[in-house]
Design a protein around this ligand. Sequence first.
Ligand code: ATP
Ligand code: MG
Length: 190
Amino acid sequence: MLNIVIFGAPGSGKGTQSERIVEKFGLNHISTGEVLRTEIKNGTELGKTAEGYISQGQLIPDALMIDILASVLDHFKDSKGVIFDGFPRTTRQAEALKVMLNERGQDVSVMIDLDVPEEELMDRLIKRGQQTGRADDNEETIKKRLVVYQTQTAPLKDFYRNEGTYYHINGVGSMEEIFGKITEALEKVK
Ligand code: ATP
Ligand code: MG
């Protein structure tokens, strides 16, 4: 089993790189952001709840997010491994993920930290907002998301350093270049 946490600030390229990893390594992919956006599009109760938080640049409460993740994970019974994209985002989520995987006789194999400076993140997200119309990709909300990332999510780097699974990658460069570095990291843990 190759269980990967793909980590980084908003706009760091988690989704883009996840697609490539899926293609090359044949893993399942969970993007919690995508799960929530689908719920919003379908107008479900969960979607309505999520929309309030996302539009404010805030995180969905841990308890709710952990339940959602557990139910998605149950669909991946005979998987070669999973890429967790956008989860965990808090220490509580990281602890819950550890428990969920341990209960299944598994663990996080590697945490890949895509490191990108804030000015570059801001540029990328504003561009993405213009191209895709994604509602939370506007300057005001992006600023809030970056603060949330620094205060609530970035501390997870230490969590995974302690676990011995932390792997840093410079997330600035061409998509191919960055994917090359990720592949190198994954070949080592496979
Ligand atoms: P990227 O651009 O790298 O894909 P992102 O931060 O722009 O990252 P998503 O991961 O798609 O975007 O998440 C969008 C929003 O969904 C977050 O700002 C947050 O409100 C909510 N969300 C997603 N995952 C979680 C989570 N694990 N816990 C709480 N809220 C979450
Ligand atoms: Mg994404």
